[in-house]
Design a protein around this ligand. Structure first.
Ligand SMILES: NC(=O)c1ccc[n+]([C@@H]2O[C@H](COP(=O)([O-])OP(=O)(O)OC[C@H]3O[C@@H](n4cnc5c(N)ncnc54)[C@H](OP(=O)(O)O)[C@@H]3O)[C@@H](O)[C@H]2O)c1
Length: 210
């Protein structure tokens, strides 16, 4: 199985990478932090493919290197905690690049084997539709819209997609809040539940991790 994890240096991405490495097959790990990525890949016996997901040429090069995939997990992301009156343009660009543009560019350039699976980490809208998270919520719901269309456009290629709704998971994503909520899942717990669904037959269109 040829697998790519985007956002592999993140809290959930690293846990997914560890769980996938234990299952065998060719594993590609991508993130921006080349050194952290190389160390992770070495430890797990995987291959590192650093890329800034906002740069089309880097995504294109990554796609060429990893070749046709059986499993693709989009675990990249970013959060901005700012009220609507405070939104900063640079923060918006960083957020929409990580949560949306990177996904669009990945779907533009990656190639898939018939029967391939694409898994995208998402949210419970009711949990994130709170003051300070307008842009985050908008970007995550827009990514869901991308998946609706991707299911139709990639049907001919035999690619299926799963949206994974996650509750709070204790990762660096929570840094703007100081710390994750007390009831947050550990990344390893989240990763096991994600993979249980992502590798199930048939692949669910939506997987609700609790
Ligand atoms: N944690 C939660 O409670 C939670 C809940 C629901 C959904 N989610 C979703 O789960 C996904 C993973 O979240 P996480 O908690 O693991 O976040 P995280 O620990 O902050 O990791 C984010 C990952 O995204 C990568 N990334 C960000 N911007 C990028 C860019 N422009 N190009 C390439 N890589 C980029 C980071 O790479 P670098 O290391 O290079 O920065 C890192 O690997 C996100 O989509 C998030 O919305 C998380």
């Amino acid at each position: 199985m040829n697998t790519l994890v985007l956002g592999a240096t993140g809290g959930i991405g690293q846990a997914l990478a560890s769980a996938l490495a234990a299952r065998g097959g060719q594993l590609w790990l991508s993130g921006r932090n080349g050194q952290a990525l190389a160390e992770l890949a070495r430890r797990l016996g995987a291959r590192a493919v650093p890329a800034e997901l906002g740069h089309e040429l880097e995504v294109q090069a990554l796609a060429a290197e990893v070749g046709p995939l059986d499993l693709f997990i989009y675990a990249a992301g970013a959060v901005v905690r700012q009220g609507l009156r405070e939104l900063g343009t640079k923060d918006l660009e960083r957020l929409f690049t990580a949560n949306l543009k990177g996904l669009l560019l990945a779907l533009k350039h990656l190639s898939f084997r018939p029967g391939a699976r694409g898994v995208v980490l998402g949210v419970y809208p009711e949990l994130v539709s709170v003051p300070g998270l307008a842009a985050y919520t908008a970007s995550k719901l827009a990514a869901e819209g991308v998946l609706h269309v991707a299911r139709r456009e990639f049907r001919r290629e035999g690619v299926r997609f799963c949206l994974v709704r996650l509750p709070a998971v204790a990762t660096p994503l929570w840094a703007p809040f100081g710390e994750p909520p007390k009831n947050a899942l550990a990344p390893a717990q989240a990763a096991e539940r994600i993979l249980e669904g992502a590798l199930a037959d048939p692949l669910p269109e939506t997987l609700e991790v609790r």
